[in-house]
Design a protein around this ligand. Sequence first.
Ligand SMILES: Cc1ncc(COP(=O)(O)O)c(C=O)c1O
Length: 417
Amino acid sequence: METNIREADTISEALKRFGTPLFLFSEKQLEEDYVRIRSALPQQVGLYYSMKANPNPYICKAIHRLGSPIEVASIGEYHRAVSIGVPADQIVFTGPGKSREEIRACIDGDVFCINAESVQELTVIQEEAARLKKKVQVTLRINLKTTRQGSRMASVGIPTQFGIDEEQLEDAVKYALGHTQLKLIGLHTYQGTQNFHLDYYKESIPGMFAWIRKLKDIYAIPLTTVGLGGGFGVPYFRGDDPFPIDEFGKLLSEEILKNEDLQLKHIFVESGRYITSRMGSYVTQVLYTKQSHGKKFVIVDGGTHHRAFSSVMGRSFKAPLPIRYMLHDRKDEMLEEPAEARDGFIQTNIVGKLCTPTDVIQSSVLLPGNMTMGDTIVFPNSGAYGLSCGNMHFLSHTLPKELWVAQSGELHDISWL
Ligand SMILES: Cc1ncc(COP(=O)(O)O)c(C=O)c1O
């Protein structure tokens, strides 16, 4: 059984000072993961941080400091980006349901571009830009007709509210070209989250360059920008292989080289989960244990309202990565769920405090049969799509603290909600 003394020390200190439930975000892990993705990408490719994955301002600022511009999807995210010091020309605004007010604020603030997802949206952008007497840079998001789906939650190649179908793209281009307030600078696509294979990108990247080429040829538009998406997968389940980020980088370099003549100034990808997931741990303590109809339940002081995405996926796929735990009388030792059945361990459902049977954080976890009140359960991989993605106000429970574990090991309370 693996132990991790340093992690146990940090968590024990956090428990003493702040109680549970809480999130711990590790600066060291964030930097490692950031460097891994950044160094795999060709230098000239921008790596936008998708704020939706973890909107904690302290974390967004840390990622921006590491070198990322920001992709926002709401007025709230836009204001947060500005408030942490991200220059407007390092912000792109994406999303299928941008309101007139959101569009106006972004035009007024001079964001780098608005990524338009329909002709109707372009009409609103045009009207708002005219009202503000500004010219606004737009990219068009394409719903690519791909034959390969890489994502576990696809948003291309299917009927969807995201982006513009390829058949309608030229209508959008003509609209943009016909309206003086709009400056069409390029194209964008985003295929969905949790992509684990290169197959999709082998088709989508050349597809995007081909569209740029076609539009330059037919309409002689000086396009400068292409957003190639992201959604790079992070293993949450046993059997998931990591996303081949180095091979992705190589593929991207090759395609950029083949399309050098297009002279694109801004080629970018965007990522949220890959950058933030592994740095986060969600820490809870056992309130009660019980046996019901032959099943063991451990009720912890957190729940799915804090860890929405991963717990939903965890329940449906039933093979999540091992959790870690500390027994209440051994708070200096971090233990890991065993990979296979063993004496003294029983299949346990870890559930939360919500008054709904759906509040199962993780089912069928192998935990010691004597697990009891005051033991600690740590869910790894909890840095992305956690608190802000769940129904955190359900039942009006107190929100968990969010703690930053600096490289030095120091703990800082970075709670903000
Ligand atoms: C347009 C867009 N870009 C980026 C992302 C971030 O995806 P991920 O967290 O998988 O990197 C999303 C996620 O929904 C998105 O909709």
